[in-house]
Design a binder for this molecule. Structure first.
Ligand code: 9MG
Length: 284
């Protein structure tokens, strides 16, 4: 199915063995399995805590879970392949059995392959499948893919982000990456695109993208938006990361109103409530 056909009917995202109807914004709950996220009482305890946390997010109303074993925060150190696999796979193997679609947030082709073999339903790549073999690994499977825009790397991206026209440049990049995926055999109904809030963008760039999200929707692929707790919300509100709930909910609401199909969030229960209010208005 082409991207154009998809926009005309109610979109159904093919996501591994799942078919997700995108007739309301879905909530993707974030589970970061990085050393600063769970107990430092050892690998097995961290694994069990991550599994329990993912299950809590599902009980809170998450439609999908996004598991990540390497932080993508500005300035975060990279994780080795072995470290990332050791963090992600045991949690993935447990949560896929729960009957919820599980996305794996990774930039590494080897992690993608292992995650797909273990039952991941989606690969969420902040590098838009640009690593060698990444597109082919996903094309050879039935996973959905989320292609995100970023400028620079997590180590450098916030130094001096620059665009002549941020919406046009992000849109052009996503169009090219999505087309490359389709040519490689990933059907349009398996592709999501994401402007990458906070990835090589100033507060102004982020706000422009949020305001004009509908323009990215015109690409014909469902949009994923991740604004939860991000630095730009701290810059706007003056609040530290653990006090950005209200700002995150405001951003989630605006993203949903402006056409986001999936919201990637930490605060699932609260976001679900916000979307229920929007739904009651008949706005999504
Ligand atoms: C992993 N990760 C962190 N922020 C993200 C965002 O905004 N979008 C996507 N797709 N992934 C993200």
């Amino acid at each position: 199915m082409s991207a154009e056909t998809m926009t005309k009917s109610a979109s159904i995202l093919h996501c591994g063995k799942y078919r997700l109807t995108l007739n309301r914004p879905l909530v993707m709950g974030i589970v970061n399995i990085t050393p600063d996220s769970f107990s430092d009482g050892g690998r097995f305890l961290a694994r069990d805590q991550a599994i329990a946390y993912a299950r809590k997010l599902v009980a809170d109303g998450a439609d999908l879970i996004d598991l990540g074993g390497e932080s993508t925060r500005p300035g975060a150190p990279p994780a080795s392949l072995d470290e990332e696999l050791a963090r992600v796979l045991p949690v993935l193997e447990a949560v896929v059995g729960d009957g919820v679609p599980v996305s794996v947030d990774t930039q590494k082709t080897e992690v993608m392959r292992a995650a797909i073999a273990a039952g991941a339903a989606m690969i969420n790549d902040v590098n838009a499948l640009q690593a060698g073999g990444a597109i082919e690994a996903c094309a050879a499977s039935d996973v959905a893919v989320c292609l995100m825009h970023k400028q620079g790397t997590p180590q450098t991206m916030q130094a001096a982000p620059r665009y002549d026209d941020v919406v046009a440049e992000v849109s052009d990049f996503l169009r090219v990456r999505a087309k490359a995926c389709e040519i490689a055999g990933i059907a349009a109904n398996r592709i999501l695109v994401d402007p990458g809030f906070g990835f090589g963008k100033t507060v102004e760039h982020n706000m422009t993208l949020l305001r004009q999200l509908e323009k990215l929707k015109a690409l014909g692929y469902p949009l994923l938006a991740g604004y939860s707790r991000k630095t730009s919300l701290g810059a706007i509100t003056g609040r530290p990361v653990d006090e950005r709930l209200a700002a995150s909910l405001a951003a989630a609401l605006i993203a949903a109103q402006n056409g986001a199909a999936i919201l990637r969030v930490h605060d699932v229960r609260e976001t679900v409530d916000v979307l229920k209010v929007l739904g009651a208005l008949g706005e999504c």
